[in-house]
Design a protein around this ligand. Structure first.
Ligand SMILES: O=C(O)[C@H](O)[C@@H](O)[C@H](O)[C@@H](O)C(=O)O
Ligand SMILES: [Mg+2]
Length: 441
């Protein structure tokens, strides 16, 4: 008999973050996540990490009675029941922010991760070996260096972290203003020195498009061999996207959500047109976020690289997208939001189980590195994450750190990510507009 789950703990947590800019505004000095901890009667613990919101915490609570008392091999049964219970809350939409506002799919992923962690431990198998049709496909997963334009924290009275004791150049630059092509290239150099990235992505949707194109030129000059991409989260109109990216298309390996919904056309339609006109490959975490959208995106030939983040596709769902990509001649990739080290492990296992050639995965980890809730976070060396070979997710919770992060969450009293708050210090009265870069007002 497999062990039985005796206890479910829902632990909302917070960590510190820099003044990272994006179409949604500027990151607050903190980010919030939700950690799910399941204990079984053999003494094992399984964990999952997802974004946090009041809706997500409520959704997890709705599933408690399905989970406590279940056996750790009943993964599929519990997940089906959880989907059923959550579906009664009604339909949900991703929304137009840069981040996904759905509840149910995130809740299911937290449960899935913690259950596979326990099941893997009971079987003596790493999660990557259990996922998808084929299990582990690789032992190393490539990650990209995810760069952001950074606001000046001193223009706010918010408690942004400061580096007091830098160990290297990355520590020196990551909490300071970075608004020019040179500053962006410096971020890349510092990140490369610590992590060895071969791919870089710049978050756009902040400055006028041409100025962001100049940042790509500076990145190319600093790293002529690197694969580069720019992601304005659909802020640009189709004409603007073509105008901005056509001159630098030789420097980009793909364009991420260059345009979106506009003038009666869906984002899938404008992206298809963009691809036709520029010949550039496209990636998205905004317009192919479930199976129906993916089907339409494929029919329209709008997307080459679905960024199937396991937090909003589920872990098995993200691997299923990887399997389809492999069969259909597309490329799988993963999106990310700010996260702790449990998510880093989840994304690594998922990427490990996707067959064929995949693109370097997104991770915000470089902005959080140094903060942790497990005893030994995975590390990025030479741009790679090593896939754990120990049973389950291969991470061990650090109880003290988890409680510290929970205390911070409680002190902050924040129920949802809010990127508009910090923007008030830069542009009083600032509000989100999905079709205007954050500093174009
Ligand atoms: O500000 C951020 O952290 C990003 O814009 C994310 O919200 C976003 O989801 C990003 O990672 C993306 O690729 O779109
Ligand atoms: Mg994106």
């Amino acid at each position: 008999m497999f062990p039985k789950i005796t206890k479910m703990n829902i632990v909302p947590v917070a960590g510190y973050d820099g003044f990272l800019l994006n179409l949604s505004g500027g990151h607050a000095p903190w980010f919030i996540r939700c950690v799910l901890v399941l204990e079984d009667d053999s003494g094992n613990r399984g964990v999952g990490e997802i974004p946090s919101s009041d809706g997500i915490l409520k959704g997890l609570e709705q599933c408690r009675s399905l989970i406590e008392g279940a056996r750790v091999n009943e993964v599929k049964k519990v997940l089906s029941q959880a989907r059923h219970v959550l579906s009664r809350n009604g339909p949900e939409e991703r929304g137009r922010q840069t981040f996904d506002l759905r509840v149910a799919v995130h809740v299911v992923t937290a449960i899935e991760s913690a259950l596979y962690d326990l099941f893997g431990q009971a079987l003596g198998m790493p999660v990557a070996d259990l996922l998808g049709q084929f299990g582990r496909q690789r032992d190393e997963v490539e990650a990209l260096g995810y760069l952001f334009l950074l606001g000046d924290p001193d223009k706010t009275d918010l408690p942004y972290p400061k580096t007091t004791d830098p160990v290297d150049a990355w520590d020196e630059v990551r909490y300071r203003e970075a608004m020019t092509p040179d500053a962006v290239a410096n971020l890349a150099k510092a990140a490369f020195d610590r992590y060895g990235f071969k791919d870089f992505k710049l978050k756009g949707g902040v400055l006028p498009g041409e100025e962001e194109a100049d940042c790509i030129r500076a990145l190319h000059e600093a790293f002529p061999e690197a694969r580069l991409t720019l992601d304005p989260n659909g802020a640009w109109g189709l004409e603007e996207a073509v105008r901005v990216l056509e001159p630098i298309k030789g420097l980009l390996s793909y364009a991420e959500d260059p345009c979106g919904q506009e003038g009666g056309f869906s984002g899938r339609e404008t992206m298809a047109e963009f691809k036709k006109r520029t010949g550039l490959a496209t990636a998205t975490n905004m317009i192919a976020t479930d199976y129906k959208q993916l089907k339409l995106a494929v029919q329209l030939n709008a997307v080459d690289i679905p960024l199937a983040d396991c937090h909003f596709w589920t872990m098995q769902g993200a691997v299923a997208v990887g399997e389809l990509c492999n069969e259909w001649g597309m490329t799988w990739g993963s999106h990310s939001n700010n996260h702790f080290d449990i998510s880093l492990a989840m994304m690594t296992h998922v990427a490990a189980a996707c067959p064929g050639e995949i693109t370097a995965i997104d991770t915000h980890w470089i902005w959080q590195d140094g903060q942790r809730i497990t005893q030994e976070p995975l590390t990025i060396r030479d741009g790679q994450l090593t896939v754990p070979t120990t049973p389950g997710l291969g991470v061990t919770l650090d109880e003290d750190k988890l409680m510290e992060a929970h205390q911070l969450y409680r002190q902050l009293d924040v129920g949802q990510r809010d990127d508009a708050m910090a923007m008030q210090f830069l542009i009083p009265g600032w509000s989100f507009d999905p079709k205007r870069p954050a500093l174009v007002r």
